[in-house]
Design a protein around this ligand. Sequence first.
Ligand SMILES: Nc1ncnc2c1ncn2[C@@H]1O[C@H](COP(=O)(O)OP(=O)(O)OP(=O)(O)O)[C@@H](O)[C@H]1O
Ligand SMILES: [Mg+2]
Length: 277
Amino acid sequence: MSRQGAHIIVVGNEKGGSGKSTVAMHVIIGLLRQGFSVASVDVDSRQGTLTRYLANRNAFVKAAGSDIKCPDHYTVEPPKGYEQGADAEPDSAKEQRLRLLLEGGFVNHDIVVVDTPGSAGKLSDLAHSYADTLLTPINDSFVDLDVLAHIDGVRMAVMGPSQYAEMVWKQKKVRAERDGGSVDWLVMRNRLSSLDAHNKRKMDDVLKDLSKRIGLRIVPGFGERVIFRELFLAGLTILDLKDAVGPQALSKSHLAAREEVENLLAAISLPGAVARP
Ligand SMILES: Nc1ncnc2c1ncn2[C@@H]1O[C@H](COP(=O)(O)OP(=O)(O)OP(=O)(O)O)[C@@H](O)[C@H]1O
Ligand SMILES: [Mg+2]
């Protein structure tokens, strides 16, 4: 039996600081601008980066009287007054809420984007098990690649999947058993440098090998650009910039950043029912 409701995009990687929340925000705003109705869920209640990014956006909208679009946003914090049984597991209330949110199917939304924490845990596992699309940003470094796969540094070859890839594999099985659904796993490189062509090429080769071996798709990534981080306090993204600050020309780097986000969005396959408007 297939699950009803919105298409779920989970942004995940057990490696902290790989760009999950930044990517989640840009995907949310990009999809809203394409005309989808989008809900967002922040599973990382400890840091709450996406929640704060969106709170900053709401504040901007109020202060500027702007009509830029915002998603319907949810956190996994249990509602006020919720009392957990004394013998309950620490995160069980959050797990229950996440399950309810995602199984509710967001019938009024086309797409749900879920941001997950940069560490392993039951909540993150659960979120991954609901993904229709799993989007994994990795910093362009072999240190970051190590959570996906063990690499033989002499032969520059993939020796086998490591902890995060194993977890994704496990959650794919959980998903298949629950509703027969499958997961489209996309990996994007983040903070790509215009220098260091040698490292870039080596990463290219290893990722190609990895994509064949563990069934993932490499999709266009983001460069290392100030614009991907400097708009956090305003709650804006490069996609809003022209609308929010007026029609002045964007710089070359801004245009390149915008194109990177658009290329990533184009690589996300959506099912017929959620085809691009
Ligand atoms: N393409 C980019 N160019 C420049 N800075 C970036 C880029 N992507 C992310 N950053 C910056 O890198 C840092 C980590 O990004 P972010 O918080 O999105 O990662 P994360 O994976 O969500 O982290 P965590 O695992 O802690 O939740 C932030 O300072 C962010 O502004
Ligand atoms: Mg984050």
